[in-house]
Design a protein. Structure first.
Length: 122
């Protein structure tokens, strides 16, 4: 079992929540709390980097949907980055793939592209 690890950083003008490990019923409260904190304390778009997620279940997906709704309530943009095959498959199966803006992992986005993305997301 891969322990869920979450970090929050700023990268190229984006606030990035990086998620690693298994995103399931055990990790849902932690992820929701950390994303909620990032939405309340930061400004501008929020990016959830899922490139390190090795497993996701319905509760993990629920955490992403709750976070998207909360971002909308706070008038903040939210994008998923580095969506792994595991996560993409669940989004496709549940027909939620179009519910999120998706982008490349933030560490691969150049500062000029990040500025364009920020402008587009706001």
């Amino acid at each position: 079992m891969d322990e869920l690890m979450i970090s929050i950083t700023r990268m190229n003008g984006l606030m990035v929540v990086t998620v690693r490990g298994e995103l399931d019923i055990v990790g849902k409260p932690l992820l929701c709390t950390r994303i909620d904190d990032a939405l309340r304390t930061g400004d501008g778009p929020l990016v959830i980097d899922l490139s390190g997620v090795s497993f996701i279940d319905a509760q993990g997906l629920s955490a992403l949907m709750v976070s998207r709704r909360h971002a909308t309530e706070l008038n903040r943009s939210l994008a998923l980055a580095g969506v792994s095959a595991v996560v993409r498959r669940l989004l496709q199966l549940t027909k939620l793939e179009d519910s999120f803006v998706m982008m490349a992992p933030p560490d691969t986005v150049s500062p000029s592209n990040a500025r364009d993305l920020l402008a587009w997301m706001q």
